[in-house]
Design a binder for this molecule. Structure first.
Ligand SMILES: *Cc1c(COP(=O)(O)O)cnc(C)c1O
Length: 482
């Protein structure tokens, strides 16, 4: 994972060609032209640098749409033999902006949001409120009121307190709101393995044991309409075993709840993994869909209950592979790492501010020189950012042509999910714009946050600094101060 004690992680092998663009990691449109320059959706990386500067988030519209189509088709054909429907929500937190909302909803996806801000963006982009799901473990009263007011399709209830709040809101306004109940199946999956315990020690959802009481309360509550259980077991999951274990546990509870009324839906969340490096081998979405749906069908058959409609919430799997981040190399530095090994540190003009995943999760990425190809023998590199943290790593370990040098344009693939959405302005580093590429055309879909923008937030820099008035003074209780 992040900083490995050995110079290279076990999975990383010296490549035959350190210019090659690994299939399944890059957008399908990625290729090199006769000069060796990387193109995405027919747009050259050097032209992108010229027009928009670096760092730059590039997103391939056709790639996003293709994943949306493929994922929808996979779940629809998996449920088809069982005579039920599949609804697929795009988990907006992976990468949310108005264009992405338009692309995925045009392809037929519903949309998940998990804050008032994400909800506002989705509505501003024209999403149908009835096709929105609203998540989160600490939705405020204002957020809940607003969600009910605009008519979001479903609210996923995460706690007893939230249930109380929502009850108050629907009853005061004489409204009816469809709700799901988030349960914690005790299965937590990440990449290749999953952990199954009686209770998971994390903040989301109710335990399976609590679910019957929660659902009974909802069913007694005028204004709330229980549509089903919800569960999300983790992220970047490979294989179906974790989903199957979780589905078995949830269907058992779902079955018990049927004595109190129909339950139209079972929502099994997202978490489908993608390839970040050529060593990753994610399960194709068709196989995942079939594996999960068949597991639910078996569990339902075992209990002689009707199969519910199924809902899923992929985020990363829709946008991850569509994104490529372009950087310019600033400095390179060879560092002796013992036993005669050397690692070339390649510093780029962004870093943890535009891609927090390596620092946050020890996530792996890969890199290629985008402005040229080179026949130099590959060198072991670590791509690092320009921030004041030694953990400011973009690519922990990869091989690049040994002559990688200042001024080279570097491309990091598979940055479409959880990079823009986790971005910050640490060290007052500007936030890159997002440029969509499609059929040889590039256009900004999210503008940069510039240094001027950052300074404009600093009230102490106002042309006429405000002097404190009476309204700025807080009453202190006598004796409480100092
Ligand atoms: C994060 C999240 C998702 C999406 O996860 P991916 O790994 O991006 O597919 C789906 N549902 C819920 C409830 C989430 O919190």
């Amino acid at each position: 994972m992040s900083v490995s004690p050995s110079p290279t992680p076990e999975w990383l092998l010296p490549p035959d060609d350190a210019n090659a663009l690994a299939a399944g990691v890059w957008p399908a449109s990625a290729r090199r032209d006769d000069e060796g320059v990387l193109h995405i959706a027919g747009v050259s990386a050097t032209q992108l640098r010229h027009r928009f500067g670096t760092p730059l988030y590039v997103v391939d519209e056709a790639e996003v749409r293709a994943h949306a189509q493929r994922t929808l088709a996979a779940f629809r054909s998996a449920v088809e033999p069982h005579g039920v429907q599949a609804r697929v929500y795009y988990a907006g937190k992976a990468f949310l902006c108005s264009e992405v909302v338009r692309w995925v909803t045009a392809e037929g996806m519903a949309l998940d949001v998990c804050s008032g801000g994400e909800l506002a963006l989705a509505l501003a982009a024209g999403a149908d409120p009835a096709r929105l799901g609203f998540h989160g473990n600490n939705k405020s009263v204002v957020e809940l009121e607003n969600a009910v007011d605009v008519g979001v399709g479903s609210i996923v209830i995460d706690s007893w307190m939230e249930l109380d709040r929502l009850t108050g809101i629907v009853q005061r306004g004489s409204r009816t709101q469809a709700v799901l109940v988030r349960v914690n199946s005790g299965v937590h999956a990440e990449t290749h393995e999953f952990l199954a315990t009686a209770h998971e020690d994390q903040k989301f959802g109710f335990t399976l044991d609590e679910a019957p009481d929660v659902v009974a309360r909802i069913r007694e509550t005028a204004g709330l309409f229980f549509v089903g259980l919800h569960c999300h077991i983790g992220s970047q999951i490979f294989g179906t075993a974790g989903f199957q274990e979780s589905a078995a546990r949830i269907v058992e509870v779902h079955a018990a709840l049927l004595s109190g009324g129909d339950i139209p839906v079972l929502n099994l969340g997202g978490g489908f993994g993608i390839a970040y490096t050529s060593a990753d081998d994610p399960t194709p979405i068709e196989a995942l869909a079939t594996g999960i749906v068949e597991a639910v069908a078996r569990e339902c058959e075992l209990r002689s209950i009707p199969m519910p409609n199924l809902a899923f919430e992929p985020g990363r799997a829709i946008v991850g592979q569509a994104g490529v981040t372009l950087y310019e190399v600033g400095t390179t530095k060879a560092v002796e790492i013992g036993d005669g090994d050397r690692r070339l540190y390649v510093s780029v003009d962004g870093g943890m501010s535009d891609n927090a995943r390596p620092a946050l999760y020890g996530a792996d990425f890969s890199a290629r020189i985008a402005s040229r190809v080179s026949d130099e023998p590959p060198a072991l590199v670590r791509v690092v950012g320009k921030h004041c943290e030694s953990g400011d790593i973009v690519v922990d370990a990869d091989y690049l042509p040994g002559d990688v040098f200042a001024g080279d344009l570097l491309a990091v693939p598979a940055t479409g999910a959880y990079c823009f959405s986790l971005a910050s302005n640490y060290n007052y580093v500007p936030r890159p714009p997002v440029v969509a590429v499609h059929d040889g055309v590039a256009r900004v879909i999210v503008r940069a946050v510039t240094i001027d923008d950052l300074l404009a937030h600093d009230a102490g820099l106002d042309a006429e600094p405000s002097t404190p008035g009476e309204g700025d003074r807080f009453e202190t209780t006598e004796g409480a101060a100092g």
